[in-house]
Write a protein that binds this ligand. Structure first.
Ligand SMILES: Nc1nc2c(c(=O)[nH]1)N[C@H]1C(S)=C(S)[C@@H](COP(=O)(O)O)O[C@H]1N2
Ligand SMILES: [Mo]
Length: 371
């Protein structure tokens, strides 16, 4: 059996890398749960979701993707540090030992799966037969469960190696030598590098360095990226003459585009924050959803359903709780950055609401239903 006696494979190094990885996974998990609740709220929550702060989802989802990306080099460093232990012989010394190793197998598999599937989702590549969202969400709980178990099992070691100078009970000197310091500096540099070349996709002050993220906040028609183009959604042309906005409610009505343009227009600055990690703030002009609902005689607490012209597609129909629907900055937008919406951005009308995932900013809207 090979023996690994270097400082880089000792528990102090594993603890040092492990706690960074733990922080990254914790941030990723919490922001991921927030994203899931905003995107697919359970019934009891749907009417309670807060539309403020307007940049809330932009921040949490930016952190979700950035912490996930940062966790990739951290996980690789951590696995490299501990891999000699993954080959201990005999594989199981006792029931307890067997269970502990099994939990490590689950932990490693879940961590690799989450980071890999999340990364591929940011480039919209789905080389698997299952639906990404429910599986990514379910495995997150497996990962966190296995991680808590791992931390509990390793608590004595983590405690012993947490600080630089540990008690003299260790086989190896705990103090940091140049080798360990260089290794940790290398890991930190790798984390810094992958963060720097991707975080500009949502943290726009660093957009100059956004070299590896799949989207650049400035690349796209009207200064905004497009995830699903009109062509992909098969909304090839929209006839301005024939398009109608239908509002179904206690006092239902239809509006032509000209009638909609004749209603009071409002301009707001709100970001689109895609679940895949990019986000960009823009100026939107259009009619308040609240005004459209009032005109239909909707009660103040009504839930709203929004339907797109798109024939099929997961984001054709969207529901919006009262917090968003009554918010003065939630618009049925007709203009983007001073110009008419382009077809790719949802011409003739799209939803823009604060503190919501991009997938719910429905484009090519044709129908509002008061529920
Ligand atoms: N009808 C419809 N609206 C949609 C989508 C869609 O697939 N269909 N994609 C959403 C997604 S995932 C995002 S991030 C935003 C992006 O808006 P943009 O293309 O105008 O930047 O639109 C949303 N609106
Ligand atoms: Mo998106």
């Amino acid at each position: 059996m090979p023996s690994f006696k270097g400082r880089l494979h000792d528990p102090r190094t594993a603890t040092a890398v492990g706690r960074w990885l733990g922080v990254a996974i914790a941030v990723c998990f919490v922001t991921g749960v927030i994203s899931h609740l905003l995107q697919k709220p359970p019934d009891w929550l749907q009417q309670e979701l807060p539309p403020r702060p307007v940049w809330g989802y932009r921040l949490t989802q930016g952190l979700h993707v950035a912490s996930g990306i940062a966790a990739i080099p951290l996980l690789m460093a951590k696995l490299w540090t501990v891999y000699p232990r993954l080959f201990v012989w005999p594989p199981a010394r006792s029931v307890r030992h067997a269970l502990e190793r099994l939990s490590i197998a689950v932990l490693v598999a879940a961590a690799v799966f989450q980071l890999f599937s999340g990364l591929l989702n940011t480039v919209q590549w789905y080389p698997w037969p299952f639906a990404f969202v429910p599986v990514h969400f379910a495995v997150a709980w497996v990962l966190v469960g296995a991680l808590l178990l791992h931390i509990a099992v390793k608590a004595p070691e983590i405690k012993a190696h947490w600080s630089r100078r540990s008690p003299g009970t260790l086989e190896l000197p705990a103090e940091d030598g140049p080798d360990r310091r260089s290794f940790l500096a290398g890991v930190a540099a790798a984390v810094g590098a992958v963060t720097l070349v991707t975080v500009g996709q949502s943290f726009t002050p660093l957009k100059r360095f956004d070299l590896l993220a799949p989207r650049h906040p400035d690349h796209g028609p009207q200064g905004l990226p497009v995830n699903r183009t009109a062509a992909a959604a098969r909304v090839t042309t929209v006839s301005t003459e024939h398009w109608r906005l239908t509002v179904a409610g206690p006092r239902p009505y239809d509006l032509t585009l000209d009638e909609l343009r004749a209603m009071p227009q409002h301009t707001v600055t709100l970001p689109i924050a895609c679940v895949e990690g990019w986000s960009k703030s823009a100026q939107w002009t259009g009619v308040r959803i609240r005004d459209l609902l009032d005109r239909a005689g909707a009660p103040p607490g009504a839930l709203l359903r929004v339907v797109s012209l798109e024939k099929r597609g997961a984001y054709r129909i969207m529901e919006m709780g009262r917090g968003y629907a009554r918010d003065p900055v939630t618009l049925l937008a007709l203009r983007l950055n001073g110009e008419l919406l382009s077809l790719d951005h949802g011409f003739p009308a799209r939803i823009i609401a604060p503190n919501r995932p991009g997938v719910l900013q429905t484009k090519w809207v044709t129908r509002l239903e008061v529920l």
